[in-house]
Design a protein around this ligand. Structure first.
Ligand code: ADP
Ligand code: MG
Length: 839
């Protein structure tokens, strides 16, 4: 027995938990503690190595703590981050698994091992063992769930519950009873709403009438009529987003089809999903009377009168139409999210409201604290839509969870097996697509193993890159006897309301942008949510009846570690892109711009410097011709600059292809577990001659185009067809913009001159130069940080002396992603104001 324990402990050291079911809890906790301490030490060493002598700010220190908590940072820039955000394909998600595996080690490895065992022919054995174990787990969790009493179980029987999550029900979040409200009519409306909402047979039109906003329709329209600017506040799900634009349409704000109603959303998915819903409610085809517009995708037509769009897109529309003359009403929705684009919009729409007395402006928000909006918009009146929320029981874990992915999966399964099916659906908040996919995979596997022993669990993921048909699935009720679990990003916090949710599982994390103006580095970071977010998330469970929220952290964490509110994005973003847009709008005095919360002066200065370096501004801070051209592209200024510069190097065709590939989002390559060797070989082929990652992307696209845009080719080459299709769309649009800025399509690679392409890229990214060090690391030339080639890069095998990178991602180390060889003399040639030769 001793020998067995030793063997298991060994396995644990290797982070292998498959053989570890029966380690005593005490031994396990002790080991876990040791491991955590070790990790912390590594992290700190890492940090000091990367930023020697740099004093951390309080925020950064907090950040460090969080990093440790989640085992590193997230590298892809996906759906959560709003549309106008410049995105990178997660080109090499396979290699990213290195980081991911570290992060999700426990859960993932367990999954993979079982899967592998199954493949190796040990199927029967592995499964039956697994089955037995699962069964035991279920029995155990039935007993254990909701109980605080863990001490009573004898050590000898204790299973290793890295798999069981224990909760304490702590507080109850009071419901908002309509009786509290003065307006009894509204109270009655809310009651009726819930009575009727239960009636599944209600038709779409009846359903509309059950929404809290419906009973206030006349009052609301009257208020809009009387006031030019109105702040609308209402609980999520009260019908603000879907109903108000329809009301406006019905009473004539779009009469004759001459003017439109715009409604902005911080996220692409929300704009698409809501537009689809409203088109359905109105019985029209999406893209006709009701449409949406998101970056690189315009689903509107001549007929469109209600237009849902990302806030970033409305910002861009200012460039073409500075008075937004084609809109009679602008609804800035989800104002409480305070995204960068929304914050800039505030200043701009406030200004044109003065100019255009005929235009109505609605600022709509889910938070009750609307005074700030009211103050900003010259004491605009606040219209409140009373909603009703049932009480929600709040549960916290007894102890911190080391692996929140694993804890989330287990909590969902625990809920599913212990709570009666049909009694309510589950909503799990995750941070992004990658995480959602991982959890989906693990859940599916676990359910397969459980087979018919538990009720059906319908898994519904939602994220931006999910095809629209699947996105719609989250709104469909689960079949009788089954339960639905929705895996969502914080899009489900306020933007989308899913009916029938009774349980919310909240790991307490979300993806946020973080920006350090000193280094000019921006990254997406997984960070704890704010207390306000946590409360919103919990509230999602109390819409149609009393709910329960399971927080995968302790009450102590909630009280002492979370911030009250999230910091507005404008205070933690790289501002180059918005500064360029503002300059293009003729707004020269940035310091005097009407910000609700001004960004740090340092960030503004950085942005100006960056634009100056790119030649978009002259030394007086005025827009140059290059800058004007750059502003036409809905891309990061560096990428826009590369495109504009391609004119000079005669390779605009190639550079827009690269830009499209970089912007298409999501992964380009994939790497199935059982075909890794093939996949890697296929990928290497695109890197022939150490071409560099930019040229490799170009090669992929061209080869695909040559195949006649064939899906078959994609499968054979281990390339994601969906990403490629999107890249093609993006490329078409960049081509049209090229024409608009009068750059002729031209190609250098036809003549084999790839250096021309590399030079054009360098013209945008010269600030991202790095030099090889003796130890194999690189030193970023400007920021002087030590950085590394990402293992997925094509140049990782033969690192060039000088390299240029597309972006840095911080995982376990600071990695350069998308790396291309650079000739140092190019720097002096291309950016003489920035570099000089050291003799
Ligand atoms: P608010 O903006 O006040 O949060 P919404 O207008 O988004 O409220 O939602 C009102 C109702 O419409 C909710 O009950 C929600 O479930 C429903 N709804 C919204 N979008 C969709 C959709 N795409 N499919 C089905 N129902 C939807
Ligand atoms: Mg809404």
């Amino acid at each position: 027995e001793q020998g067995e324990l030793a063997r298991r402990s060994d396995a644990m050291d290797k982070n292998d938990t498959s053989g570890l079911r029966r380690l005593s809890r005490r031994a396990y906790l002790q080991r876990r503690k040791e491991k955590k301490v070790e990790e912390m030490r590594d992290e700190i060493v890492d940090h000091e190595f990367l930023f020697p002598g740099v004093q951390l700010t309080a925020a950064e220190e907090r950040d460090m703590r969080h990093k440790k908590q989640v085992y590193g940072l997230v590298h892809d820039r996906d759906d959560g981050a709003g549309d106008d955000y410049y995105r990178m394909p997660d080109a090499y998600d396979a290699a990213a698994n290195v980081d991911q595996e570290k992060r999700f080690s426990v859960a993932r490895r367990r999954y993979e091992e079982t899967a592998e065992a199954a493949r190796d022919g040990k199927t029967a054995n592995a499964l039956s063992e697994q089955e037995a174990w699962e069964e035991q787990q279920i029995r155990k969790s039935r007993l254990q769930f909701g109980s605080m009493d863990r001490g009573r179980r004898g050590d000898e029987y204790e299973l290793l519950f890295d798999d069981g999550v224990e909760f304490v029900r702590s507080t109850v979040m009071a419901g908002t009873a309509p009786a509290d409200d003065d307006d009894t009519a509204a109270a009655a409306a809310a009651d009726e709403y819930h009575a009727e909402a239960m009636d599944a047979k209600a038709t779409l039109q009846d359903e509309r009438k059950t929404l809290p906003v419906y009973k206030l329709k006349d009052d609301l329209l009257k208020a809009i009529d009387e006031h030019q600017v109105l702040i609308v506040v209402g609980e999520t799900g009260s019908g603000k987003t879907t109903q108000i634009p329809q009301y406006l349409h019905e009473v004539g704000y779009t009469a004759g089809g001459r003017k439109k109603v715009a409604c902005t959303q911080p996220r692409r998915v929300a704009a698409m999903s809501v537009a689809a819903r409203v088109a359905e409610e109105m019985g029209v085809k999406l893209g006709h009377e009701v449409g949406y517009s998101i970056r690189f995708e315009d689903c509107t037509s001549e007929k469109t009168v209600i237009k849902y769009m990302t806030d970033g897109m409305l910002l861009r529309e200012f460039l073409g139409e500075p008075d937004l003359g084609s809109y009679s009403v602008v609804v800035v929705d989800e104002a409480h999210e305070r995204t960068l684009a929304t914050d800039i919009l505030f200043g701009l729409v406030k200004d044109i409201a003065r100019l255009r007395p005929d235009m109505k402006l609605l600022i709509s928000s889910a938070t009750l604290n609307a005074d700030k909006f009211s103050d900003f918009f010259d004491a605009a009146p606040v219209f409140r839509i009373p909603g009703r929320r049932f009480e929600v029981g709040i549960h916290y874990t007894v102890a911190p969870e080391a692996d929140y992915i694993d804890a989330a999966v287990v909590t969902v399964l625990q809920l599913h097996v212990t709570e009666p099916p049909g009694g309510g659906d589950i909503l799990l908040f995750l941070t992004g697509q990658e995480e959602i996919e991982t959890v989906e995979e693990i859940l599916r596997h676990r359910l397969r193993v459980l087979g018919g022993k538990v009720a059906e669990l319908v898994i519904c993921p939602i994220y931006a890159n999910l095809p629209a048909e699947l996105q719609a699935k989250i709104f469909e009720p689960a079949p009788a006897g089954a339960r639905k679990v929705v895996l969502a990003t914080n899009i489900a916090e306020t933007s989308l309301t899913i009916d029938g949710i009774k349980y919310v599982v909240d790991p307490g994390f979300c993806k946020v942008k973080s920006y350090n103006p000193r280094t000019g580095m921006e990254s997406l970071v997984v960070a704890p949510v704010s207390r306000a977010s946590a409360e919103q998330r919990a509230g999602r469970s109390g819409r149609t009846g009393p709910g329960e929220c399971f927080r995968l952290y302790t009450e102590y964490n909630f009280v002492s570690d979370l911030d009250d509110d999230a910091v507005p994005e404008i205070q933690r973003s790289n501002l180059a892109s918005v500064v360029l847009a503002l300059k293009a709008l003729g707004i020269n005095d940035l310091v005097g711009f009407d910000f609700m919360d001004p960004p740090p002066a340092e960030s503004l200065l950085r942005a100006l410097e960056e634009l100056f370096a790119l030649g978009a501004l002259n030394s007086r801070g005025e827009l140059t011709k290059t800058g004007r051209r750059m502003a036409e592209f809905p891309l990061d200024p560096m990428l826009s600059k590369a495109i504009v510069a391609s004119e000079r190097y005669g390779c605009s065709e190639e550079v827009i292809t690269i830009a499209a590939m970089l912007s298409a989002g999501n992964a380009v390559f994939y790497r199935p577990r059982d075909k890794r060797v093939h996949a890697d070989a296929a990928r290497r082929a695109f890197h022939a001659g150490n071409a560099g990652d930019h040229v490799a992307l170009l090669n992929v696209y061209n080869a695909w185009a040559e195949s006649g845009y064939s899906p078959q080719w994609c499968r054979e080459s281990f390339v994601q067809h969906r990403t490629m299709r999107r890249a093609r769309d993006v490329r078409d649009q960049l081509g049209a913009l090229l024409e608009r800025v009068e750059i002729a399509p031209c190609s250098s690679a036809g003549g084999g001159d790839l250096d021309a392409v590399r030079k054009a890229v360098t013209a945008g990214y010269f600030r991202h130069a790095a030099r090889l060090q003796r130890d194999g690391s690189y030193r970023a030339v400007k920021s002087r940080q030590t950085v590394f080639v990402h293992p997925s890069s094509g140049v990782a095998q033969a690192p060039p002396r000088w390299a240029l990178y597309h972006e840095l991602v911080l995982t376990t180390k600071e990695y350069m992603r998308q790396v291309t060889e650079l000739k140092p003399e190019w720097l002096v040639e291309i950016a003489p104001h920035y570099y000089e030769r050291k003799d």
